[in-house]
Design a protein around this ligand. Sequence first.
Ligand code: NAD
Ligand code: 89Y
Length: 340
Amino acid sequence: MKKLKGALIGCGFFAENHILAWKELRNIEIICVCDLDIKKANKFKSKFNILHSYSSIELMLKKHKIDFVDVVTTMETHLNIGKILSKYKIPTSIQKPFAENLLNAKKIVSLYKKNKTPLMVHENFRWQSPLLKLKEIINKEKLIKPHYAKISFRHANPVGYTNQTYLYDLKEYLTLDVGIHLFDLSRFLMGEAKSIYTVNQNTNNKFKGETDFISLIRNKNKSITIVDASISSIKKPDRFAQTLVNLEFSNGSIDLDYNYKIILHKNNKKKIYDGKPKKYKWISKPWDQIQESVINTHKHFIYSLINRVKHDTSGEDNIKSLSLVFNSYKSDKLRKEIKI
Ligand code: NAD
Ligand code: 89Y
């Protein structure tokens, strides 16, 4: 099969994981990289042995026949980048948070719809091996009628934000940056939400926005999800960047615990599974399960393009997770439960 030719936009911190993950896929070649800062683009090009580097997306698209683009820039740039890529009808995968407000996210979705061009949000937490294994066991063990979920991301390791200094200045921080993943996981595991009630806290004054939040979600299937996250949760060993999950069903329960240990309780028995991510040379703790999930997310993007099926986390789908994020802020502000 002919290799698909891709371009990567944004040569910052997280793009290194994207390019290394692309290199694990045999039918793909990233032929161009682009960054507004040409020095960064050139450095990235040499480091990862890419053919071309640009500082202008339009120029890059005019010069090369590109089958897809992977956008690894921060949210406030996505509408403008989406305007260009949808105009050229280039299938796009775009990092989370999809946009800084719902209006812009909807604008991007309608641009791609109008141009009949596929658009996926790179929502990678549901593609982490421990989460995929959890879902696989739920299905295999026929756990039914869920009534309770707790999805937690609590740590005190600055590695989560010292590489991403733009996070310090966000007025809306942890829910938008990490809550977006956790709300998506609630939808992945428990189905769609009906309402949300949230309390935010700031526990670290280096940040303008909230550094802790607790949300209570009523789901359409009548189950409840508790989502909580913090960057001030001191534990040894530190829990970054592991999402811990507890789920209860009418016929059993299952937990995703620290170190990817999965524990199933069913028929008066306890079974233990291992949800460890696969090892690759460039992957290391504490980012391992996030890094590995980038490969899985890329694979899903390409598989859906080739088979002409809608992506699980299409732009349209991600608006549902983003809507939970912005209604979560509204709930905290108004101190009330908000219907979705
Ligand atoms: P970064 O600031 O390090 O890099 C972004 C780069 O994009 C910069 O070099 C900037 O110059 C470039 N850029 C901005 N606008 C551009 C444009 N119009 N054309 C070309 N280049 C442009 O950011 P980062 O830390 O790499 O984060 C990028 C995104 O990845 C963020 O949205 C972040 O939330 C997300 N992220 C996701 C995960 C995950 O697990 N999914 C983890 C970390 C970061
Ligand atoms: O930006 C965040 C994300 O998406 O995953 C972890 C992170 O990098 C910092 O908490």
